[in-house]
Design a protein around this ligand. Structure first.
Ligand code: NDP
Length: 507
């Protein structure tokens, strides 16, 4: 059977002169009004970014470091302002918003401080055949990077690309989610203030079509965070121009609890990972696999801690609303499917899904083929299933097309279990701590995407490697000349044989 491919999304129409409102998901209040940028306006922003890139590259690692560190300080000094805006546009409590911004600040600091060391010229060994060469590699900026951000962590996530791209010497055009344009505006405004109004980091706002226009605007790389489905569309649009992409997509992360785990810590970690930010976290736990020997005491502990947790309209209730209303029916479907297939509700349940808020829901013994186990739920729900041993835990954890992150709680076997989980990131005896370590790469495998933000890999992601050899002296064996004679060829063959021809016993 042949299928008709979807038209490239970059052909979506973008009308000029429109605006849209960002709304407070707690109560529907208007937080701000923003333009819907047209494809032409996106093109113009990319053009301005290209021109600004000349200056941004010229000031070098040290100059960029100074500006980025100034920006870090501005964000830190105005923390309360940004935190409140994140709270208004996403609905998350202030404390969670502050944690998010705090982690992002640490990344700005790290990227600024480490860009030269990671990307600057480095000498490498030339080997025997090219021993007369001095060899070096450096990592050059790509040019203009388009960043398409999500709404769930509207500071931490896009800054994971923006900061690293800027530190590497690129300029950036940023398209935030339609749900969090005000946060995007705040970030761009403060950076622009620091660099004296130069368009090094610019904002374009609108809906999916504006993001699609950015993919089509001749940028040198696109960094996308969002759903796997949209990630595929972004990749298809970028393929038209051979524009490279880094995709940070969804996940179905699991927490594995071994029989020798600290059950109280495991329950606390799993609960926070699953429920904080109302479960709208790409690296949040959606499944828990618990060794059968400790299943009952683990559940007792989990329920003891979860029972008081409520999602409420109070601005600082630990669980906020579901930011994106279209997510509510998806969460409902996953809960209902799990129950219909025999899952046992121990907290919340089918009526947990309200108009704006979803109450914490925990279901055990959920069949592995249910949507609550297979698909990203992105709500405050948790599936907890017992397993016979840790082999089964690893096998079930890995039996999903996603591979973003996860946690292991245990003692003796925790390290080896973590190593066997097919995912980009794992925390042992804690949750999500890899995100708080700026020197570690962040990203997934399979349907969770590819490429890395954060750390040295995150800096290199926004560069191309440039290799240079410099001839230091005339070689005893001239290889790259028509004057190369039979004697030289024989000497090369002899040399190769001496170097690599020895017999190796394979044990
Ligand atoms: P999307 O993947 O649709 O959106 C992410 C970003 O891509 C937004 O800025 C969006 O803009 C933009 N976008 C949408 N369509 C296009 C396009 N054709 N070309 C370029 N950019 C585009 O995610 P949603 O916000 O709709 O959330 C859907 C689901 O994705 C969630 O329920 C969750 O499961 C998952 N998700 C995962 C995230 C993660 O961290 N991995 C983050 C967010 C969502 P706009 O918002 O204006 O449409």
């Amino acid at each position: 059977m042949t299928t008709t491919p979807e038209p490239p999304v970059s052909s979506l129409p973008v009308r000029e002169g429109e605006t849209f409102e960002s709304l407070n998901p707690r109560n529907g209040d208007v937080v701000g009004v923003h333009p819907v940028h047209s494809a032409e306006e996106v093109d113009e922003a990319v053009e301005r970014a290209r021109l600004a890139g000349v200056w941004w590259r010229e000031i070098g690692f040290e100059g960029r470091k100074e500006y980025l560190l100034q920006w870090r300080s501005v964000i830190t000094r105005r923390l309360a302002q940004l935190v409140h805006l994140v709270h208004l546009e996403t609905g998350k409590p202030h404390g969670d918003a502050q944690l998010e911004v705090g982690l992002a600040i640490d990344h700005v600091h790290w990227a600024a401080k480490n860009a030269r060391k990671v990307l600057g010229p480095q000498r490498v060994s030339s080997g025997v055949l090219a021993m007369n060469q001095a060899s070096s590699v450096r990592y050059n900026p790509l040019g203009v990077v388009g960043v398409i951000g999500p709404w769930n962590y509207p500071v931490f996530t896009p800054l994971g690309s923006i900061t690293y791209a800027l530190a590497a010497g690129n300029t950036v055009v940023f398209k935030p989610s339609e749900y969090t344009p005000g946060v995007g505006q705040w970030l761009v405004d403060t950076f622009t203030e620091v660099v004296g109004g130069r368009p090094v980091l610019q904002l374009v706002t609108g809906f999916g079509a504006t993001g699609a226009a950015l993919c089509d605007a001749g940028v040198d790389k696109v960094a996308f965070t969002g759903s796997t489905a949209t990630g595929k569309r972004v990749m298809a649009a970028c393929a038209q121009h051979l524009t490279p992409v880094v995709i940070e997509a969804g996940g179905k992360d699991a927490v594995i609890v071994d029989e020798d785990a600290d059950l109280s810590a495991a329950a606390e970690g799993a609960l926070w990972s699953a429920m904080s930010n109302a479960g709208q976290t790409c690296i949040g736990a959606e499944r828990v696999y618990v060794h059968r020997a400790v299943f009952e005491p683990f559940m007792d502990e989990l329920l003891r801690q979860a029972r008081e947790l409520r999602a409420e309209a109070d601005p600082d209730s630990p669980l906020g609303p579901i930011t994106m209303p279209t997510q509510l029916p998806i969460i409902q479907r996953h809960i209902d499917d799990a129950i219909e297939r025999g899952g046992r509700v121990v907290l919340g349940g089918s009526d947990a899904v309200g108009e704006r808020f979803v109450q914490p829901t925990i279901i055990t013994h959920v069949p592995e083929d249910s949507s609550a186990v297979r698909e990203e739920t992105f709500g405050p729900t948790l599936v907890v299933n017992p397993v016979d041993d840790m082999d089964e835990a690893v096998q079930l954890t890995n039996a999903t097309p996603y591979g973003l992150a996860g946690s292991v709680f245990g003692k003796r076997r925790a390290q080896s279990i973590a190593e066997r989980v097919r995912s980009g990131m794992t925390s042992i005896n804690a949750v999500a701590m890899f995100a708080a370590v700026p020197s570690l790469p962040f990203g997934g495998v399979g349907e969770s995407g590819f490429g890395r933000i954060h750390g040295a890999d995150g800096l290199r992601e926004f560069t191309y490697a440039k290799a240079i050899t410099r001839q230091r002296f005339k070689a005893p064996l001239e290889l790259t000349t028509f004057a190369r004679d039979e004697k030289t060829d024989k000497t090369v063959a002899l040399l190769l044989n001496l170097l690599y021809g020895g017999k190796k016993t394979i044990r």
